[in-house]
Design a protein around this ligand. Structure first.
Ligand code: GDP
Length: 196
């Protein structure tokens, strides 16, 4: 089991020019707003280092950078699909995230969150296609698993696995903390590959 490393906030980025220049590997977390991204990050990385950033749904307009034990950057991408945001603002987030995913050399892997109850939304599917184009290591974190009964949970994971063929799916719950170790292990493996 990888040991939890201390996490601290580095900065919020609103323009591609402000992305950190250091050649530190990055693990990005992506998902629609309300998917459970903040809850997942809190469970996996601890509330202490992440508490500085406002976690109101849809309010995170920045790419938030966190240092994880001096080993890598955790990159919290703005949640998409939040209805009450003007189109111009959505476009701006979209551009920032797109530029980030398409050009970021430091990007070692992506945690893509999908709500286990509903499966991928239309926007999730767009994101999945886009990630596929980048040829990056991606893991699907199926959130809120505790809300499903056992048989529905297994079915949800199977259908996600079919849909994202080739990428691993980690069943996750912020309530039971199931999946925490698997997420940390996946990150560890990806970093080893990146560094190796
Ligand atoms: P974000 O917008 O993606 O950062 O989502 P949040 O982490 O703020 O979660 C959105 C809502 O879903 C909140 O009401 C959370 O309490 C709830 N939630 C998040 N993760 C879980 C989970 O694993 N299980 C359950 N039952 N609720 C969750």
């Amino acid at each position: 089991m990888p040991r939890p490393l201390p996490v601290s906030f580095v900065k919020g980025v609103v323009r591609p020019d402000d992305l950190p220049r250091a050649p530190v590997p990055e693990i990005a977390a992506s998902g629609r707003s309300n998917v459970g991204k903040s809850s997942m990050l809190n469970v996996v990385f601890g509330r202490k280092g992440l508490a500085k950033v406002s976690q109101t749904p849809g309010k995170t307009r920045e790419i938030n950078y966190f240092d994880v034990g001096g080993r890598y950057h955790l990159v919290d991408l703005p949640g998409y699909g939040y209805a009450r945001v003007p189109d111009a603002v959505k476009r701006k987030w979209g551009e920032l995230v797109r530029t980030y995913l398409e050009t970021r050399r430091q990007l070692a892997g992506v945690l893509q969150l999908v709500d286990a109850r509903h499966g991928p939304s239309a926007q999730d599917r767009e994101m999945l296609e886009w990630l596929r184009d980048q040829e990056l290591p991606v893991v699907i974190v199926a959130t809120k698993m505790d809300k499903l009964k056992k048989s529905a949970a297994a079915q949800s994971v199977r259908s996600l696995e079919r849909e994202v063929a080739g990428w691993p799916v980690i069943p996750f719950s912020a309530v039971t903390r199931d999946g925490r170790r698997a997420v940390l292990s996946w990150i560890d493996a990806v970093l080893e590959q990146w560094e190796g």
